[in-house]
Write a protein that binds this ligand. Structure first.
Ligand SMILES: N[C@@H](CCC[C@H](N)C(=O)O)C(=O)O
Length: 282
């Protein structure tokens, strides 16, 4: 039964997601269906789709999909958006709770004053090559020179639950991200593909990033991308513990503790409710 599919749509700084709730809809979760729902102009249009809530061992679980239908381990904006959905729909009533993702548990705390604003414990980054994973590269890739599309780039690779490749540049533009992104995403170094951020360090408290996401392409913002870029810049000694990450869609505040734990503070906007035409999948 694929009729009367109703989804809610939200965005985190222009990084938009559809929420498909299996308790309210009966739709087979196939790659092709996700891709069609997320497709701009022809479908509801989004950078990704969040599927849940699913209950597993007493935990609230969300599955995170990119717009090409591939599944991601984690998404910073995705987690924030899904937490907001749980509040909106009355699944949770507390302002602090945990969500389970493929990359483990994430703790979210909503601001008491504004229920669109939340602080998320995004965990500790890992630079271990085997966790990303990397092919043909030894050890950690931090402040290293990697070659993409016949040019060398200052590169740092890390996992913040999902894999990210941060490339330091003097100037970053949407055009540069769109041009280089596909080569980095699908480089032979990265057998599971890769999220890419081009990163410009302005001063010790501000960086600007342009993003090309695995499975979604150019996006206006990324929570994990912001965390990875701030952590990479900090590991290189370029920034302090508190960094504002500027993106096309807006800013995220990233705070990093002594032990590496990353906290992300950002906001979620509600777009609305979407009901699919009965013959959408026909
Ligand atoms: N937009 C996200 C990242 C989504 C997942 C990513 N494309 C991947 O495949 O890992 C965010 O806000 O973190």
């Amino acid at each position: 039964m694929e009729n009367n599919i109703t989804m809610k749509k939200y965005h985190g700084l222009g990084n938009d997601y559809l929420v498909l709730d299996p308790n309210k809809n009966d739709l087979e979760l196939q790659t092709r269906n996700i891709e069609r729902l997320c497709r701009r102009n022809f479908g509801a249009g989004a950078d990704g789709l969040l599927y849940g809530p699913l209950m597993e061992e007493g935990k609230i679980k969300v599955r995170i999909f990119n717009s090409d239908g591939s599944e991601a381990e984690k998404s910073g904006n995705g987690v924030g958006i899904f937490a907001k959905y749980l509040l909106d729909e009355g699944y949770v009533t507390e302002s602090k709770f945990s969500l389970n993702t493929l990359a483990g548990d994430v703790e979210i705390e909503f601001s008491e004053e504004n229920k669109n604003v939340m602080r998320v414990n995004m965990g500790k980054p890992s630079y271990a090559g085997k966790e990303l994973p990397l092919t043909g590269l030894e050890g950690e890739i931090v402040n290293a020179h990697l070659r993409f599309h016949d040019n060398d780039y200052n590169t740092t690779c890390l996992s913040v639950g999902n894999p990210n490749c941060v490339i330091m540049m003097e100037e970053v533009t949407p055009r540069k991200a769109k041009e280089l992104g596909p080569y980095v995403e699908s480089s032979d170094y990265f057998p599971n593909r890769m999220n890419m951020q081009l990163c410009k360090v302005t001063d010790r408290e501000n960086i600007t990033i342009e993003i090309y996401e695995r499975g979604a392409g150019y996006t206006l913002a990324s929570g994990t991308g912001a965390c990875a870029s701030a952590a990479a810049a900090r590991r290189m000694g370029l920034v302090d513990d508190k960094v504002t990450v500027h993106m096309q869609g807006g800013d995220l505040l990233i705070e990093m503790e002594e032990d590496g734990t990353i906290f992300m503070t950002g906001s979620v906007g509600t777009v609305g409710t979407f009901m699919l035409a009965e013959n959408f999948f026909a």
